[in-house]
Structure formats: C-alpha cells, structure tokens
Write a new protein. Structure first.
Lengths: 64, 475
C-alpha cells in the first residue's frame, strides 16, 4: 500500500495541525511502512475462532 | 579514604549489616549520594537527585531502627526510581520536555510500598523520552551512558536505572517494562531485570503509558534481591483494575531449590533467528549449564510468533492515544524519535487494531500450551550486546536493523513478546563479548510462577561466567 506524499501531509495537517517537511514525512513513512508490512503478514492467518480473554470481576473494597 | 566496598554489595548482603547496626542508613545514603554526584558527569543516569529528601529519609530510618522498628530487608537501602513513576511533591518528567515541571500530587502505589518497607529514594532516573525506546538516548536530558563502556547505550527505556545499579550508585531501581525496558538495561548493564506477570504488581501512578501491556518491575544486582523487591511490590491493588488478587508466595523460599526434574524449553523459532554470534554462543552455553544442573532440555515451537509484529499495530494506535493530550500543543517540545514514531499511529484502522488484539490472544494461547509441556523457557534477552550511543543501526548477517526512532524495534524483539502475552520473564547476566560488554539470558515461566522463575535464575547465576563481574567506571 502506498500513500502519496501530498495526501499524507494533508492528513497530518488536518488531524494534528502539524506542517511536516518532506524530510520529516520520510520518517513518518518509515513507521507507516512497518505497519503496512505487519498487516500484509496477517493476510494468511485465520483469526475467526479467536475469542476475547477479557475477564470481568466485581470491584473489591478499598483497603483503607 | 573510606572503604566504600559496601556500595557494591547486594541488598541480601547489606540488609543484615543494617539490622545489626554495623552500617547506618545515613552513612550509606551519604556514600550513595556522593557516588551519584561523582558518576553523574560520566553516566548522566539521574534527572533529579534527591539529596535532602534522601538524607531526611535516612535519618527517619535510623530513628526507626533505634526504637526497634525494623521494616524488613529494604530498610535503609538506597534505591532509584525511574522518572515515569509518580512521586508526590517531586518533579516527574517522564523524560520529556512537555512534563519538565510536572509535580504529581500522589505517589505511585509501588513508591508507597517501597517507602513503607523502608527504602530510601536517591533520585529520579534518566530514561528515554516518554519511556518510548530502547537506547535511553534522551534528547532533552542527554544520553545515559553504560558503565561497562561509556560509549555504549545502557539499554532502554530505563537506562538510568541499569547504569546506577551496575555502577554502585543504587542497590536497586524501580522502573517500567512495556517492551523490555527493565530486561534490556538489565542485559546491557550486566544486572538482573524482572518483568513479572501482568497483573502481579499495581501500575497505579505509572505516567503516560500504553493502555496495553506495561509492567512495573525491579532491577537489582542479584536474583535474591529481585525476589526481595517483588515481595514488597506484589499484591492486589483494589484501585488498579489491571492488578489481580492472587496469593503472593514467599519468593525467597524458592532460592536454592535446584533444577532437578524441571523441563527447560528452548524455542526453535524466532528467539534464536537473528542473533549476534557471541550472544548466541553465550546463551547456548547457558542452556548447556542448565542441563548440567539437572534440567531436561526440550525443543519447543512457537509458530504463532510469525505474527508477533502485529503487536506493533496496536502499540502504534495506543501510542497516539497516549500522546494525543500533548501532541497538538507541544509538538516543538518532542524529540524526533518519539514524534515521528507517534504520528503514524493515527492512521491505524479500527479493523487492524481489532485484528492485532486477536493475534495477541492467539499468541497468548500458544505460549500457555507450551508452558504445559515445559516448566520454563530459555532465550537470549537481546539479540546484540549494547550498541554504540551514536548508532542508528546494527548489522546482523549483513542486514541493517534500526535501533532507534521510526521503524526500530529490533533490540526488543525477544523481550516485547512477553509483554504481549503477560508471562513473567527475568534477564540475568550470562557472559561478556570480546569487548567485555555484558550479555543476558532470559528465563520465562507460566503466569504467576515468579517463584519458579527465581528458582531457575538463582540456580543458573551461581554457574554463570558473569558471576560477581562489576564494571569499574573511571572518572
């Protein structure tokens, strides 16, 4: 996946109000590409039978 | 000149001398503060030194002793606090310029527990900006230097703590571990770093952290000291919903039990895939030593680790949410490494975040299945010894890997998976490379089996080539 520099700059400006230089944008892109790379690996994994492990419990009384 | 050898002792060695009044808390606190002043220009390991508060605590400690009120092995022991743990009335910067003048109203729960146990706080320790990185090369407070080689990083994010414990400024350090921030400085500085089970220790008062996977843990000079610290820190905190009400055993009772009859798992994938040759040799040597001590070796497979990188997706999104409150109005106050790693988090899609949580669950289940086959796992803690402070990359097998800033994560590739799954892990020294830089081995057990972790680590360190090795810092 690739996002044009101008699109990325505009999104960051709209979301954060930050104006980034081309040099700064390359650093942001490095991290974004890591994200896309990890996403690509997930294409082959079946997660349909994964269930949440979240526990719910009653609050405990304050120690004091 | 006075003999200050006691500054190199472990807590287990020193505590009886304090109890028997052979050494006074005031005497050793003063010595520790003097040592901190002496080494600070070289190591830059502290952001705030607490001369007055520490000496006041030491006086209270002596008064308590004189009336027979001995509070346990931490009584009168100088320790350090990572500067992302809230301390009432004391500046807590989280290594940032944004919070340079922030003074919390309340202590973190772990600070309260250590104070109640008699520990003396020497200072707030230097760290990576917002505790987000593995080098402790802080753009606002300066780089922390490794006492084993001052041109090297001490690891991060808690480098100040590692440098202080290794060099003899403090006897222990309390810090946080979101991806390896206790264990990596442990391995790079040649000390013991513990990340206990998620939920074992309260996180209340840990500042500017992720919603998913942070831990507060101790760094010490020995496994026995790690057990002493966890004994103080562990236990349910009703005010922290992540803390779990499970019984806390007597950790010291596990020390000296040996390894006979225990099954040791060595992962066949991921953990040994990308390693410096000397690190691999040292850790394979540890495995052989553990076999000689009576542990049965089994190779185990963790195929779901292929997808561990998905944890980065949730971490990116969690990171931008954590920083949202500061980012818009304080962009100029951010260093480049954290800023350009944080901004992309806003582009993580909800469906991808959800997937990463499912992957986390899948990997957790796999580890739990493996922990039914073996009693403990053995891995290298870090893939390389401490990189140079000015390094942006390290090279393994001809391939460059980033060690700081956007796209980094290589240094923590063996530690961060345990944050994702919440299992307890400890790093202990297992040798040095050709340049004398420490190497660490990591042990992992089933959830809430920290006692077994101490049993394994304690048995091993008695045969470790690193036993009693301490760096000497020339000033």
């Amino acid at each position: 996946m690739s996002i044009q520099n101008e699109t990325l700059k505009a999104m960051i400006r709209d979301y954060d109000g930050l104006e980034l230089s081309d040099e700064e944008l390359e650093l942001v892109r490095t991290e974004l590409e890591t994200y896309f790379g990890e996403l690509a690996k997930l294409e082959s994994v079946d997660l349909s039978d994964m269930f949440s492990g979240r526990l719910t419990r009653l609050p405990e009384p304050d120690r004091s | 000149m006075r003999n200050l050898d006691f500054l190199k002792m472990t807590i287990s060695e020193l505590a009886p001398k304090i109890r028997n009044k052979e050494i006074s808390p005031g005497e050793q606190t003063e010595a520790a503060l003097t040592e901190a002043d002496r080494l600070q220009p070289k190591l830059n390991s502290l952001i705030t030194l607490l001369h007055e508060q520490a000496m006041a605590q030491a006086r209270e400690s002596e008064t308590a002793l004189s009336r027979g009120d001995y509070r346990g092995p931490l009584h009168g022991i100088p320790i350090g606090l990572k500067d992302n743990l809230a301390t009432a009335g004391i500046t807590t910067t989280v290594g940032s310029k944004v919070l340079a003048n922030h003074v919390p109203d309340e202590d973190a729960e772990v600070v309260i527990r250590c104070r109640d146990a008699g520990a003396i706080f020497i200072g707030k320790e230097n760290l990576e900006e917002f505790a987000a990185g593995a080098t402790s090369n802080n753009p606002h407070y300066g780089a922390v230097h490794n006492p084993g080689g001052v041109d090297r990083v001490p690891g991060g994010s808690r480098g100040g703590g590692g440098a202080n414990v290794a060099s003899g400024v403090t006897f222990a350090s309390l810090g946080t571990d979101l991806g390896g921030s206790v264990r990596l400085p442990g391995t790079f500085c040649g000390v013991v770093g513990l990340k206990q089970t998620y939920g074992r220790v309260s996180q209340r008062g840990l500042m500017v952290t992720s919603f998913n996977g942070d831990h507060i843990g101790p760094m010490t000079r020995s496994v026995a000291d790690s057990a002493l610290l966890l004994q103080v820190l562990a236990g349910n905190d009703p005010l922290d919903p992540s803390s779990v009400p499970v019984p806390v055993p007597d950790y010291s009772s596990y020390l000296g039990k040996g390894l006979k009859g225990l099954k040791m798992g060595v992962p066949s994938n991921h953990f040994f895939d990308l390693l410096d040759e000397e690190v691999e040799a040292a850790v394979r040597g540890s495995v052989a030593a553990l076999e000689e001590l009576g542990a049965e070796l089994l190779e185990v497979s963790l195929p779901a680790m292929e997808y561990i990188g998905a944890m980065r997706i949730s971490a990116m999104a969690d990171g931008v949410v954590t920083h949202e409150q500061f980012l818009k109005n304080h962009r100029e106050a951010y260093g480049p490494d954290v800023l350009y790693r944080t901004i992309p988090g806003q582009f993580v899609l909800g469906k991808d975040y959800s997937k990463s949580l499912k992957v986390q669950r899948m990997i957790q289940e796999e580890y739990l299945r493996v922990m039914h086959q073996v009693d403990f796992l053995v891995t290298p803690t870090a893939p390389v010894p401490a990189p140079r402070i000015d390094a942006t990359h390290v090279n393994i097998n001809g391939e460059d890997h980033r060690v700081r800033g956007p796209g980094s994560g290589f240094i923590s590739r063996n530690t961060s998976p345990l944050n994702a799954v919440g299992l307890p892990a400890i790093s202990v020294p297992c040798g040095v490379n050709h340049a004398g830089l420490p190497i660490g081995v990591q042990f992992i057990t089933a959830p809430f089996e920290e006692g077994l972790l101490f049993q394994v680590a304690d048995s091993y360190v008695k045969t470790s080539p690193s036993q009693r090795l301490r760096p000497e810092v020339s000033v």
